[in-house]
Design a binder for this molecule. Structure first.
Ligand SMILES: [Mg+2]
Length: 368
């Protein structure tokens, strides 16, 4: 099997709520998603999707996708998509970094690998270990009334895991959490996601003043070192996200005992090939994961859902239904959500089919 054609589509994913806001004054109404299709010499098609959460969240830029693919396409055309490590080696030879762009191709290769084997991707990642995956829902940064309303709405929809965005003035965040926590149920998992907004001393004061509250603090400070201090000196378990960008970062955090949980965003690590290694390492180390991505529609969701579904329940803190946050769907066959859990289909590959009537004309294709 050889890759004969690479095609890029883009689409705007509009957020279903008022605005997706988080610390640092970052607020979005829509995100640009890139969908890549790989067509092979035996007529199969594989699909991948990446959608950065705006240009100032992580080292990923939707506007850079065509330029990155211009560099990557010649390296993968003619190659066997089933040989995922070999494909990644070719991409690394052609372009340093830019993991998010490589992820789109990597996901499409896993889709083709599954389709050619006639099995869902989770089988190839180890088998079905978490068949009904717990979902978290993100409560965006807003005033106390809207955040209370969002949280109550998600709870009514059956969600039990909440990622509550923090990033007001530190004292206001404390008061807000106290207010929200009045309704907290014993079976709920709460994560306060600061997205790196606090200084170390602020994070420590916050943690000590809310020591009785059963929450994780996610990425309280921008730097890895400051988060590590909060983990050592504060009162809450710490989850790392933005400061983990490579396998080497994961290894260092494990050696330093610097985290209690971690967010594994598949596109940040270049796709499923590399994310699987990180997943296995964290499972072995006893670090539970939120397996997810920065943003996306049904294709991105299906990709990380296959990784989540093949993770032992003890290693899977939760995942999320990114395709449920948008007003538009780019694919059919996406994972099904009910009562705060997500279930995959048993279709071969990633199990999703892009809706080309929504995607429209390709932005670019290789060969031209
Ligand atoms: Mg986060």
């Amino acid at each position: 099997m050889r890759i004969e054609r690479l095609t890029l589509y883009t689409a705007e994913l509009h957020y279903a709520g008022a605005a997706y806001a988080f610390a640092g004054g970052r607020s979005y109404r829509a995100f640009t998603s890139s969908v890549v299709t790989l067509t092979t010499d035996d007529g199969r098609q594989g699909f991948g999707e990446v959608c950065p959460c705006g240009p100032n969240y992580m080292p990923a830029f939707a506007g850079g996708m065509p330029s990155c693919l211009e560099q990557l396409a010649p390296a993968v055309l003619g190659a066997d998509p089933r040989q995922t490590l070999a494909i990644n080696a070719r991409m690394d030879q052609a372009l340093c970094g830019h993991a998010y762009a490589k992820a789109a191709i990597d996901l499409a290769c896993w889709d083709l690998l599954g389709k050619s084997a006639g099995v869902p991707v989770y089988i190839l990642l180890g088998g079905l270990l978490s068949d009904a995956m717990p979902l978290h829902r993100i409560v965006p940064l807003a005033d106390a009334d809207s955040m209370t309303r969002d949280l109550a709405g998600f709870r009514a929809d059956g969600f039990r895991h909440f990622q509550i965005k923090l990033g007001h003035a530190m004292a206001d965040d404390g008061a807000l959490l106290r207010e929200l926590a009045v309704a907290k149920q014993p079976d709920e998992i709460w994560v306060g996601d600061v997205n790196g907004a606090w200084r170390r001393d602020e994070a420590l004061r916050f943690s000590r003043s809310l020591a009785d509250l059963d929450i994780y603090l996610e990425q309280p400070c921008a730097s890895y070192e400051a988060c590590r201090s909060v983990r050592r000196l504060g009162c809450h378990p710490v989850k790392l996200d933005e400061s983990i960008n490579s396998l080497a970062d994961v290894r260092r955090a494990l050696e330093d005992d610097a985290m209690d949980a971690m967010s594994l965003k598949v596109s940040k690590f270049g796709g499923l090939t590399r994310s699987r290694v990180i997943r296995d390492l964290c499972v072995d180390a006893g670090i539970p994961l939120t397996i997810e991505d920065a943003w996306g529609s049904g294709i991105a969701t299906a990709a990380y859902a296959h990784l989540a579904a093949s993770t032992p329940p003890s290693g899977l803190l939760n995942t999320t239904d990114l395709h449920g946050y948008n007003t538009v769907q780019l694919a059919t066959g996406a994972p099904q959500v009910s009562d705060g859990r997500m279930v995959l289909s048993d279709r071969a590959g990633l199990g999703v089919e892009p809706d080309f009537s929504v995607l429209g004309q390709p932005v670019r294709q290789w060969p031209a």
